[in-house]
Design a protein around this ligand. Structure first.
Ligand code: MG
Length: 325
């Protein structure tokens, strides 16, 4: 038995997939196409899935299960199958848009007091330069980056130029969710590095982004990029280009977080990750024994089997299910 998790949002507000589209594609289209065959490698499975365009979350739901199943069958920790080595992984803190700048400063103070190695701030039109200037004035030495979730266009170039004096590590996904050309132009026009998240939905997208210099960092989310084989390919390609990667997450249970921790043991995951114990999002996590954060604000890959769902909680929380034969 192997478990995986794809966690697009309920509605297509992050990318163009949603919980409903993923459920439909996995249960009605992709699932029936892949069951009843043998797959020696993830590449073999991905080749079978490659007649379907896009839909990286739905593909990841199937592909990641191949890896966790392979890990269970061979008794090999997933990080070793992926080529990683068990290590403690530093995690950063993240803060959404807050009601006031004072409220944000108080939250940042809490994270600084706890010793988080870096802090991510969500930025959006109306919550950007003034906020960042206040934050930098209050915390001159703290490591920050901002995540714009595609909220801006190239018309905002003066805004991004003004941010150059604020010492951000990078600006994450400032422009359109499917763009790399404008990001490359922005990257040439400002000093602060650009990081891509939403735009990197495939190995091809990553390859082209690196080729044209659209980013100096890449956020890797296994389910956004179509699974772990793609994540590995992007990790290696970025390493060859001298571009560090870091692990990100969706609103995920301990099942997906555990899988991402295995991936993040690979050597080019050098910037502190964005995984947190699932308690950040859920009162009761779906996973039995979800991963925890240590007092040094690190998380570690599983020493044995990956956690599966707690059967009772799974039954209680299930909205719909489908058997594919
Ligand atoms: Mg992001």
């Amino acid at each position: 038995m192997g478990w995986s998790e794809a966690a697009p949002f309920h509605s297509p507000t992050y990318l163009d997939e949603s919980a409903g589209s993923v459920f439909y594609n996995v249960s009605k289209i992709f699932g029936p196409h892949v069951v009843g065959r043998e797959y020696d490698t993830a590449a073999h499975l991905n080749k079978r899935l490659s007649i379907f365009k896009g839909n990286s979350f739905a593909k990841a739901a199937i592909e990641i299960a191949w890896w966790t199943l392979q890990s269970a069958i061979t008794g090999t920790p997933l990080h070793r199958l992926l080529g990683g080595h068990a290590r403690e992984l530093p995690m950063g803190a993240a803060f959404d848009v807050q009601p006031t700048i004072d409220a944000l400063l108080a939250k940042i103070q809490g994270a600084v007091d706890q010793g988080y190695p870096r802090i991510k701030l969500k930025a959006a039109p109306g919550w950007d330069l003034e906020m960042l200037r206040a934050v930098r004035a209050a915390f001159p030495k703290t490591t920050f980056h901002i995540d714009c979730n595609s909220g801006y266009t190239l018309d905002d170039l003066p805004l991004f130029k003004a941010m150059d004096s604020l010492g951000l590590v990078f600006i994450e996904q400032p422009l359109h969710y499917a763009d790399i050309l404008d990001h490359a132009e922005l990257a040439r026009s400002i000093q602060t590095p650009v990081c891509l998240d939403e735009s990197i939905v495939s190995v091809k997208a990553a390859q082209q982004a690196l080729q044209i210099g659209a980013c100096k960092y890449i956020n890797i989310k296994p389910s956004r990029i179509g699974g772990l084989a793609n994540a590995l390919a992007v990790h290696n390609m970025a390493a060859d280009a001298g571009v560090p990667v870091w692990i990100g997450g969706m609103v995920e249970s301990g099942i997906a977080i555990s899988i991402s921790l295995e991936l993040a043991t690979l050597p080019n995951f050098t910037y502190p990750g964005d995984l947190a114990p699932p308690a950040r999002f859920f009162k009761d996590d779906l996973a039995d024994s979800p991963p925890q954060m240590s007092s040094s604000l690190t998380m570690s890959p599983a020493t044995g089997r990956l956690p599966g769902p707690n059967p009772g909680r799974l039954a209680e929380l299930t909205k719909c299910h489908e058997t594919v034969k």
